[in-house]
Write a protein that binds this ligand. Structure first.
Ligand code: SF4
Ligand code: SF4
Ligand code: SF4
Length: 301
């Protein structure tokens, strides 16, 4: 086989994979959030900002030690974002509420991947490196990742982070929902297992919603009547209860429509739009190759 034919076959192979990529981009045909789907209820009225959850997450994921120790209270003086080396962070907010001695009452907010029921990251990943499992964990497979970082653009919560500092084998990094642990009978995510005040309740998502409604019903003065994550972007595995409006605590006001419905419409539109020109280029390329091989045969003769 001469070089031109090999080149043509390579190109044809690459073109042939595009429909596969297009079908992979439909990744949000994820399993429905059935009864087996797990979640975690974060009760912000209970969290005391101790950051034990951060520490447990750091240990279970074998992440590098942070520059400041986990018991350093000054860390809470600045607003932190998730990092490639920090899959969960706790931030302190002040909403203007004061206690009886006129001191500001802080609210501590733990953030991590929300493990969406219809994850935009899964939908955006053209090679299927992100998948939603039946148990609710949105899982990243580094062996499939091509580093395009579409997941980072797609995520409405700005969760996935990239190891820009690693020039050789950079990965996308985010909370794994302790997928190995929760797949075992009775297993709990490390952060939920360690929380000393039970601000984090792990369990089946449908049961967590019942529990959250029950807490709101039984203590309406303590909670606002909203469960963040119940409907946002089609629902998320991680759910939040709060005594303060979520907008005051850095939560985004998101629509209930899943993001993949929008991104898929665009992706599929693009792929169908690309398909006609690609077919034309394929035919033209084939014709050129035949013409060129004919002239080579003549030269060889
Ligand atoms: S371990 Fe519990 S109380 Fe402590 S910061 Fe995390 S969620 Fe809040
Ligand atoms: S929060 Fe972002 S990274 Fe996590 S599952 Fe949802 S879309 Fe994906
Ligand atoms: S579920 Fe696991 S990976 Fe996610 S924040 Fe908790 S400890 Fe970290």
């Amino acid at each position: 086989m001469n070089r031109h034919r090999r080149d043509f076959l390579k190109t044809a192979g690459a073109v042939a994979t595009l429909p596969l990529l297009a079908s992979s981009a439909r990744g949000s045909d994820a399993p429905p959030a059935g009864k087996e789907s797990f979640g975690c209820l974060v009760d912000l009225t209970l969290c005391v900002g101790c950051r034990k959850c951060e520490e447990a997450c750091n240990r279970i994921n074998a992440l590098p030690e942070p520059p400041e120790p986990f018991d350093d209270p000054f860390v809470l003086d600045r607003r932190r974002q998730l990092q490639p080396t920090e899959f969960t962070v706790v931030n302190r907010f002040h909403t203007g509420r004061l206690d009886e001695r006129n001191r500001a009452i802080p609210v501590f907010v733990k953030t991590q991947c929300m493990h969406c029921l219809k994850p935009a990251c899964v939908s955006a990943c053209i090679v299927g490196a992100l998948q939603r499992r039946n148990d609710g964990a949105v899982f990243y497979d580094v062996s499939k990742c091509i580093g395009c970082r579409y997941c980072m653009i797609a995520c409405p919560f700005q969760v996935p982070k990239y190891e820009y500092a690693d020039p050789v084998t950079p990965r996308v990094r985010k909370c794994t929902f302790c997928a190995d642990v929760i797949s075992r009978e009775g297993g709990k995510p490390a952060c939920a297992a360690i929380c000393p005040v039970e601000a984090l309740t792990f369990g089946r998502r449908d049961k967590l919603l019942e529990l959250a409604r029950q807490r709101i019903r039984s203590d309406p003065g303590r909670y606002i009547d909203r469960i963040y994550g119940e409907h946002e972007v089609g629902g998320t595995g991680w759910l939040y209860l709060s005594g303060e409006p979520f907008e005051k605590l850095g939560f985004l006001d998101l629509p209930s429509r899943p993001v993949p419905q929008l991104t898929e419409a665009i992706q599929h539109g693009l792929f169908s739009f690309m398909w006609a020109p690609l077919t034309l280029f394929g035919i033209l390329g084939g014709a050129m190759w035949l013409t060129r091989s004919g002239s080579h045969l003549k030269e060889d003769d």
